[in-house]
Design a protein around this ligand. Structure first.
Ligand SMILES: [Zn+2]
Length: 315
């Protein structure tokens, strides 16, 4: 399905938990080129959902870093604004939770904090919470747990079903959701809404039609599609971007201090960094300096590799 260019809406959606690193910049560049090449509208949404891992100084720095590279947006958060901040949209997530609850899709989970954390963050490869039996508790067992005084997390009960979607970069995908095993937390026991719920509600309510993000979030996609459908929405098109990895195969992360924007802004021009990113993304054969706007015309997902991209040691 090809998007109608008059209605294309994409988004930047960073979590302000540290400086942007090279992998974030690559995903951001591809998200921007995707929308700009389709003549669409770019949004900026701040994913400051977790109060313990969100700092406004990083949010402001991220906005500044994107603009420094020439990656602009048309709607959304700007420093000093309250709009498009997940941290201020709890009422919207509560309304979605109510809808799901009315549909009999929500149950209390009394599992330990460690299991909750594993289930609430989109970290593929972490143990899921398939050991959770809370969906099957009898009324009596539930009362026993309630009397112990522990606050439950709220969990979404999925149906066993096959989810299919056509990834804008990786092509046709299919994934089986399994009732019980693939149920997931939509509000943590401390009251903070979970990433999966917030991102699904936001993409729906903000009219997002194209989601470009790193490949490590591919595993979250079937859950989000299912959740959006439960809320009566139409899932966006998803385009996953290859991951950048170190020469030893490790995924680059925000902890990789030497490859974050602080370093690049001290040592490079925006055009030089964009040249490096464009070459890593397969968009050009050379890493010669280039502006973001110059990359729009020849942008095509066909040029972007599907396998992980190794970042050379002497970048
Ligand atoms: Zn449980």
């Amino acid at each position: 399905m090809k998007s109608d260019s008059t209605t294309v809406r994409g988004r930047f959606a960073p979590s302000p938990s540290g400086r942007l690193h090279l992998g974030n910049m690559l995903s951001s560049l591809l998200a921007w080129l995707d929308v700009r090449s389709l003549g669409g509208t770019m949004l900026f949404r701040l994913e400051d959902l977790d109060p313990d891992r969100s700092w406004m100084r990083y949010a402001e720095q991220m906005a500044d870093d994107l603009l420094w590279l020439g990656l602009d947006w048309d709607e959304g958060w700007r420093p000093g604004s309250d709009a498009f901040r997940q941290g201020l949209r709890a009422q919207r997530y509560a309304a979605a939770l109510d809808t799901l609850q009315q549909r009999g899709r929500v149950y209390d989970c009394y599992c330990s904090r460690a299991e909750r954390l594993a289930a609430s963050a989109p970290h593929p490869g972490e143990p899921g919470d398939s050991g959770c039996r809370c969906r099957l508790l009898s009324a009596e067992e539930l009362q026993t747990r309630q009397r112990l005084g522990r606050r439950p997390a709220r969990k979404l009960a999925v149906d066993t079903c096959e989810i299919r979607w056509n990834d804008g970069h990786y092509g046709p995908q299919r994934h089986e959701l399994r009732a019980g095993t693939d149920d997931f937390i939509i509000r943590r026991s401390d009251g903070v809404f979970a990433y999966q719920l917030a991102v699904s509600v936001d993409d729906m309510e903000m009219g997002v039609t194209r989601v470009v993000r790193a490949h490590d979030l591919l595993d979250s996609t079937p859950r989000q599609i299912w959740l959006i459908r439960q809320l009566g929405g139409l899932p966006p098109e998803y385009c996953h971007a290859p991951l950048l990895v170190a020469p030893d195969g490790r995924k680059l992360s925000k902890r990789e201090g030497d490859l974050n924007m602080e370093y690049f802004r001290l040592h490079d021009t925006p055009e030089k960094l964009l040249g490096i990113l464009a070459k890593l993304a397969g968009l050009r054969d050379t890493d010669a300096p280039v502006s973001a706007a110059e990359l729009i015309e020849d942008f095509s997902w066909d040029k972007v590799p599907k396998q992980n991209v190794i970042v050379p040691e002497n970048l």
